[in-house]
Design a protein around this ligand. Structure first.
Ligand code: 5GP
Length: 185
């Protein structure tokens, strides 16, 4: 059977900890699963195709846009990122709560489509802390980090479009708070 349940949208600036949060949520609750996005950016570190992202060439991504395979997609930092419709139906059919970890413009499109969906913005405690976390991760160049910090400022301005804003000061407390929002909602 094919059905489309309302997804859970989680956003936050690059380096705010949202990927770690979602990994932990999935470990602690088997009903929570992540929609794997497609992207044209190159794999980073240990990232695995089909698990972290579907890594596509620009050509492949654009073909899928033409075929209307995305529920939303954006250009972010010179690359395409998008949520495949097939991911939502796959997870809904598995009976899972489907979490989308996406940036603010894509999130706005999802929220417009599913006005009642649970949406959460993960806020870093401060810009200094975000800067420190991005440097600690050491996966991007200095130039890339500067770009991501600039984007972060714009993203924070759009935190008001989400139903909930959670400040990730203490990771365990943040995970707990988000889990409560998901199971209670
Ligand atoms: P990163 O390159 O750090 O993995 O991701 C960059 C940004 O793109 C992050 O904010 C991430 O949440 C967002 N992103 C990842 N997948 C998608 C997607 O499918 N759609 C949208 N709109 N943003 C995405």
């Amino acid at each position: 059977m094919i059905h489309e349940a309302s997804p859970i949208v989680i956003s936050g600036p690059s380096g705010c900890g949202k990927d770690t949060i979602v990994t932990k949520l999935r470990e602690m609750d088997e009903h929570i699963s992540l929609a794997v996005s497609a992207t044209t950016r190159a794999p980073r570190g240990e990232e695995v195709d089909g698990l972290d992202y579907y890594f596509l060439s620009r050509e492949e991504f654009e073909k899928r846009i033409e075929n209307d395979e995305f529920i939303e997609y954006v250009q972010y930092n010179d690359n395409y990122y998008g949520t495949l419709r097939s991911e939502l139906t796959r997870l809904a059919n598995e009976g899972k709560k489907c979490v989308l970890v996406i940036e603010v413009k894509g999130a706005a499109n999802i929220i417009a489509r599913y006005p009642d969906c649970l949406s959460i913005f993960v806020m870093p405690p401060s810009m200094d802390e975000l800067d420190r976390r991005l440097h600690k991760r050491a996966s991007e160049t200095e130039d890339e980090i500067r770009k991501r910090l600039r984007i972060a400022l714009d993203e924070i301005k759009r935190a008001g479009q989400y139903k909930h804003v959670v400040v990730n000061d203490d990771l365990d407390a943040t995970i707990e708070e988000i889990h409560k929002l998901i199971v209670g909602g």
